[in-house]
Design a protein around this ligand. Structure first.
Ligand SMILES: NC(=O)CC(=O)C(=O)O
Length: 270
């Protein structure tokens, strides 16, 4: 069994506080036996357009990435570093870095699909006013197997998670920040659906809810198994959500319902 932890942190506009809080939460999760620990989307600044560029960091000169490397090495764990605003050639990306137990970056995902929505009587958000989009599907290898990684709105594109699964991922991490319109409506269903679709473990990692913040996150960080069952789910408050993962269970479910050998992509992959 593999212990995984999701750190649902309360993110403020004080970057150093966010980094210290993330460092403490990751350390506590590792002390409690977690071997893979993940943070939420935009763990170093609020998930709101006006904060992205002023908090953006270049990969080679990043307090946030340095913290991830330090804590991963200290505790000999994998850290999925939620996401941060990444500055590169004057563009800002919503980027997740993954660090191995040696403190090295082993993967980097730039959010592919930007959250541009306008929901009547609900949320209006235009991420593309502030951010540029990534264009790569991200999987990475660990001693526990291959893992997929995407960010928040990316989960709404089933083809993306299917692609990661076809590339060999048995677990998919999704640092995310759903809100009070789409969270109650879609969060749980999306994670359960992608888990059942692809027979993978799905991990959703949200910031804690800040009702006074510029953007109110839903919270409810979640772990779903390949059968679509919720193994653990947080509340709206700060917390660490743990799950015991059995990767043989992925194979068991895939043998019982062999969708990968039954699929007929020639009919629908046009
Ligand atoms: N914030 C996002 O990127 C996505 C989201 O909140 C949603 O899909 O709903």
């Amino acid at each position: 069994m593999l212990k995984v932890a999701l750190c649902q942190t309360l993110v403020s506009d004080k970057k150093l506080n966010n980094l210290e809080n993330a460092y403490r939460k990751i350390s506590r999760a590792a002390f409690n036996g977690a071997k893979i620990v993940s943070l939420c989307e935009m763990f170093n600044c609020p998930y709101s357009g006006q904060y992205f560029r002023i908090n953006a960091e270049e990969e080679d000169d990043s307090q946030s990435v340095d913290m991830l490397k330090k804590v991963a090495k200290e505790w000999q764990i994998y850290v999925v570093g939620g996401s941060i605003p990444e500055l590169c050639e004057n563009k800002v990306y919503n980027t997740s870095y993954v660090v191995n137990p040696q403190g090295e970056i082993i993967a980097k995902h730039r959010k592919i699909h930007l959250f541009d929505v306008d929901i009547q009587n609900g949320i209006r958000f235009k991420e593309s006013d502030f951010l540029s989009s990534g264009n790569e599907v991200t999987v990475f290898d660990t001693i526990y197997g291959r893992i997929g990684l995407c960010i928040c709105y990316d989960i709404r594109f089933p083809e993306l998670i299917r692609k990661m699964s076809l590339m060999g991922a048995k677990m998919v991490f999704v640092p995310a920040a759903f809100n009070m319109t789409t969270g109650p409506a879609h969060w749980t269903t999306l994670f359960r659906a992608r888990a059942i679709d692809n027979q993978v473990y799905m991990f959703g990692i949200s910031p804690a809810r800040d009702i006074n913040g510029a953007y109110t996150s839903y919270g409810h960080s979640i772990i779903v198994n390949p059968w679509g069952e919720i193994l653990n789910e947080g509340s709206e408050f700060e917390d660490i959500i743990y799950g015991e993962i059995d990767l043989d269970y992925v194979d068991k479910v895939r043998n019982e319902i062999p969708i990968y050998s039954h699929r007929k992509p020639e009919l629908y992959n046009k």
